[in-house]
Design a protein around this ligand. Structure first.
Ligand code: NAP
Length: 320
């Protein structure tokens, strides 16, 4: 029987290829001397695409070139780099890795909230640069008693809310739907949520539907004591508007893990003293990344064994 052939676009965690190669023929596109020629040669028999990073885009143009494509397995819960809508319309299943990274990402969300509000990196620089003997670090804002507005109260948003409540924050949220069984106040727009909160936490998916959901108007509504935290995707926030809002004191501070054009971060943002910037490390722990790698492999092997995908995306629900 012919071996199951899969196309891997970029290298990922070593265990992904190691485990998959025991069961399937893996074409490693990044190793090809001539990417186009290799793709043309393997395309007729490829039945799966393995996308290990958000930079490994799987768009309609690529999928159209793979006539036997059945499944795209993605690494990460966000899959805005995979055209899942097109896949769903063309009978291709897309899987992602939800649930296994929620706690680590929520921890980073709270860390950024604390760091931006209490100016922790700035305070540390004050000490390291020898400025303490010449003067105490200036007073900062505090967290307790404030309202955290969560854009996207999903798996990660709820894990953030649980932690934020322990810090004495009240929670409100925005999503496309008011959720049954959720007691937090619901706001039908990001603008209304921003007006009602002090810390705006962005935890919704990226992609065209949420592009620039946080724009200049939303930042103005958040106000001069407001803090923006984004652990979701850079595309949700209008970065130019954010730079202007931070520069002009329209909002107090921002804590960011994600950017519009990663890994490139605008010099204007880096220069701002009221922005705390992390290099997309929300899920970057050994625990979460190993669980994500295992789920990528388990999804594909479950498919190869005829048992269907384990964690398909909502756009490509699995019906036997
Ligand atoms: P999830 O469980 O699917 O939750 C997403 C939430 O966003 C839902 O509550 C949904 O509510 C809301 N939402 C969806 N579309 C929306 C829209 N157009 N406007 C407003 N709200 C919308 O997803 P999750 O597992 O919590 O992950 C959330 C995101 O975090 C991922 O998509 C990913 O991009 C990001 N992430 C980042 C990192 C990192 O390292 N920084 C790590 C993991 C995940 P409704 O359905 O009611 O709209």
């Amino acid at each position: 029987m012919a071996s199951f052939e899969a196309l891997m676009l970029l290298p990922g965690m070593a265990e992904i290829a190691e485990r998959l190669e025991r069961r399937v023929t893996l074409h490693k596109l990044w190793q090809a001397a001539d990417r186009e020629a290799t793709l043309a040669a393997v395309a007729p028999n490829v039945r799966a695409v393995v996308s290990t990073w958000a930079t490994a885009r799987v768009d309609a143009d690529l999928m159209r070139r793979l006539p036997k494509l059945e499944i795209v397995v993605g690494f990460g819960v966000g899959y805005d780099h995979i055209d899942a809508a097109w896949a769903g319309q063309h009978g291709v299943v897309v899987t992602h890795t939800p649930g296994v990274l929620d706690d680590d990402v929520a921890d980073i969300a709270i860390a950024l909230t604390l760091a931006a509000t209490r100016r922790l990196p700035q305070a540390e620089r004050h000490l390291r640069e020898g400025r303490w003997p010449s003067g105490a670090f200036p007073l900062t804002a505090s967290l307790h008693g404030r309202v955290m507005g969560i854009v996207g109260l999903g798996r990660i948003g709820k894990a953030i809310a649980r932690r934020a409540e322990a810090f004495g924050l009240r929670i409100a949220y925005h999503g496309r739907h008011k959720q049954d069984g959720v007691a937090y106040p619901y706001y039908p727009t990001a603008l209304a949520l921003a007006e009602a909160c002090d810390i705006l936490m962005v935890a919704a998916p990226g992609g065209p539907q949420t592009r620039h959901l946080v724009d200049a108007r939303v930042l103005a509504a958040l106000g001069r004591d407001g803090v923006l935290v984004n652990i979701a995707r850079g595309s949700l926030v209008d970065e130019a508007a954010l730079i202007a809002a931070l520069s002009d004191g329209v909002i107090l501070a921002a804590g960011l893990d994600v950017y519009e054009r990663e890994p490139s971060v605008p010099a204007e943002l880096i220069a701002l003293d009221n922005a705390v910037l992390l290099p997309h490390v929300g899920s970057a722990t050994g625990h979460s990344r190993t669980a994500m790698a295992n789920l990528v492999v388990d999804n594909l092997l479950s498919w190869v064994d005829g048992k269907g995908p384990l964690t398909p995306t909502p756009e490509t629900p699995w019906r036997r």
